[in-house]
Write a protein that binds this ligand. Structure first.
Ligand code: CA
Length: 228
């Protein structure tokens, strides 16, 4: 999942980013509320972690603007001020959860997992494509009934392709969906992830076609007839 962290404390932001990256999420960090509001208009995030104490507009104002824009991603609010007022205000403005600083990283990670579970439960956690089953809740993949190991980036590329079966997906669109901002992810890297996916999926008849000069397409799955 793509997660936006809005936090002006660079050390704290990178600590949070590291732990979420380790859980397989693509993470973007923004240090001001203005950037966060603009960023959320341009990109789609699955979750927002939002500090209240920001330079310029504060976290409450950011939250108000996000919800006014129709942003429906869950928002976890962070504040140094452990005041009931702040908590109530955040929840009134549409925050989904709240943590007072200082907090332990494992607790933050657990809260994020809970929010991700809750939001994915609403969309249906399993994606099925022929013999391929992605359990987005448990982050497990099965191929023909057997567990399949996928690296976090391979998983992310596969999710993008699965969302558009029989449609051409450009390398740029895959990079957009998979990469964190500021991170170097080249079309060549996408080729590497796709070729690893192919090596794993081809034997079961799940085909990713190369569309020269454009990108890739996950073909509709067709059952093999007996004798083929
Ligand atoms: Ca702050």
């Amino acid at each position: 999942m793509r997660i936006l962290i809005v936090e002006d404390d660079a050390a704290l932001a990178s600590g949070i980013a590291r732990i979420l990256d380790g859980e397989g999420h693509a993470v973007d960090v923004m240090a001001t509320g203005e950037h966060a509001v603009l960023g959320a208009r341009q990109e789609s995030f699955g979750l927002v972690i939002l500090d209240v104490g920001l330079p310029g507009i504060d976290g409450f104002e950011v939250l108000r603007r996000l919800r006014a824009d129709g942003e429906s991603a869950p928002v976890l609010v962070l504040t140094a001020r452990d005041a009931l007022d702040d908590r109530v205000r955040g929840l009134d403005l549409g925050a989904d959860d709240y943590m007072a600083k200082p907090f332990a990283m494992p607790e933050l990670a657990a809260r994020v997992r809970a929010l991700v579970r809750r939001s994915q439960a609403q969309t249906g956690p399993k994606i099925v494509h022929g013999p391929l089953v992605l359990d987005t809740l448990a982050r497990r993949v099965q191929l023909s009934g057997a567990p399949l190991d996928l690296a976090a980036r391979e998983w992310a590329v596969l999710e993008v392709l699965l969302a558009r079966v029989e449609k051409i997906v450009s390398k740029e669109a895959i990079i957009q969906a998979v990469a964190s901002w500021g991170e170097e992810l080249t079309p060549n890297a996408i080729e590497v992830y796709v070729s690893r996916l192919r090596a794993k999926l081809d034997p079961a008849g799940v085909k990713i076609r190369t569309v020269r000069g454009f990108g890739y397409m996950l073909e509709e799955f067709k059952e093999k007839k007996a004798g083929q």
